[in-house]
Write a protein that binds this ligand. Structure first.
Ligand code: SF4
Length: 381
């Protein structure tokens, strides 16, 4: 199976923490969508397996697209690819774009899953983040989506916000339980360089939460998940049984995908490539028929092993030692086991059924642990 990701690079306003690629001007929206259609046609042979089990509209803000524009993309894709039975088709949506009428119209497209960027149910948090919606819209759009017939709904939440303490985080989670949303992606706030939030921190206008407080909120999330029947199948992703996201799971399992649109990444098992992060250049290059709108990196054995560790260890499935042995060689397995040894002794990692797994207590520290396992070739310096 394979997947297709479409990056819709427009947003109504810039969230203060965001470093994704987007433009707040819709002036060249039609030209950009045309260029994306051209890219789909020109890359129809990128994926060996033409059967798709996931199409994902991400961004940016895909919910600025009309249902007709969504249908046109799906029709464009289906000229060259087929959908598997039960294929997941996800639309990322922002609460302020969603009305009952628009949701009903989306329900008439093949989209069968919504990922809604709620982030918080509290106005103070939403203002700090400069989100375009308010707390009422966050709440009401979920009920409207359920009434429109969407059963597969995910919401994004952000914890460890400078404006928010433990109590508010618990209230956010209580709200999710009350709304009975089957999938949650909960991200720890990262203050990225060159964002407005990073500027506020530098100026002392905003004070970052300590790592210890952020970790407490993460463990509250895990406790809440267990009490309410969610499985934390990846560090930031929780689902009720049967609602795990195909798109996310495929990415962690190394399934090939084609990324369409400015800044979109693609992976075919052998190499990664990423499109230019500039709408005007993307449009010009696609319109002129030139193919130089992306960069490409061929992945070495080491790169592929490191990616397998980076993605696999973040999930409850961990990394299969037999897979490391057969795909990357006995030497790679020995290297990983030796690097894992100090963490196995401290019970931050464990091995079960021939899989290397992160213990629950060290999940918050995952990136630090995983970076110690990366296979570095001394010959590369
Ligand atoms: S809506 Fe999403 S992509 Fe757009 S600025 Fe906000 S976080 Fe970034």
């Amino acid at each position: 199976m394979s997947g297709i990701y479409l990056h819709i690079p427009f947003c109504k306003q810039a969230c203060h923490y965001c470093d994704f690629h987007f433009s707040t001007s819709l002036k060249y929206k039609d030209e950009l969508l045309d260029a994306m259609h051209k890219e789909i046609a020109s890359r129809k042979d990128y994926l060996d397996d033409k059967k798709l089990d996931s199409i994902y509209f991400g961004g940016g803000t895909p919910s600025i697209l009309s249902p007709a524009e969504i249908n046109a993309f799906i029709d464009g894709i289906l000229k060259y690819f087929q959908l598997s039975e039960n294929a997941e088709i996800t639309l990322e949506a922002n609460p302020d774009d969603l009305t009952s009428a628009k949701l009903s119209a989306y329900r008439d497209t093949p989209v069968n899953r919504l990922s809604i960027g709620v982030q918080s149910f509290f106005n103070e948090d939403l203002l700090l983040m400069n989100r375009a919606h308010n707390a009422n819209e966050a709440d009401s759009c979920i009920k409207m989506a359920q009434d429109a017939g969407f059963h597969d709904i995910s919401i994004d939440l952000i914890y460890a916000l400078p404006s928010s303490g433990e109590e508010r985080w618990k209230q956010n989670l209580a709200k999710v339980a009350q709304l009975d949303v089957p999938h949650v992606s909960a991200y720890c706030l990262t203050i990225e360089p060159r964002t407005a939030l990073s500027h506020f921190v530098d100026k002392g206008k905003v004070v970052e939460l300590s790592d210890a407080d952020a970790e407490k909120q993460f463990h509250l999330l895990l406790e809440w998940a267990e009490q309410h029947g969610y499985r934390a199948y990846e560090i930031s992703n929780l689902a009720k049984p049967g609602h795990e996201a195909v798109h996310n799971s495929n990415y962690w399992k190394g399934v090939p995908y084609l990324g369409i649109g400015p800044s979109a990444h693609s992976f075919n098992g052998e190499s990664r490539q990423w499109n230019v992060r500039n709408n005007a250049r993307y449009i010009q290059t696609l319109e002129s028929g030139r193919g130089d709108y992306f960069e490409i990196e061929n992945l070495s054995t080491q790169d592929r092993l490191n990616e397998y560790l980076m993605t696999g260890l973040r999930t409850i499935w961990g990394c299969e030692l037999s897979h490391i042995r057969t795909q990357f060689g006995k030497e790679a397995e020995q290297y990983v086991l030796a690097a894992a040894h100090p963490f196995l002794r401290k019970e931050m990692l464990y091995i079960a059924n021939d899989r290397l797994l992160l213990s629950e207590s060290s999940r918050f520290l995952a990136d630090g642990v995983i970076s110690e396992l990366m296979w570095v070739d001394p010959r590369k310096g």
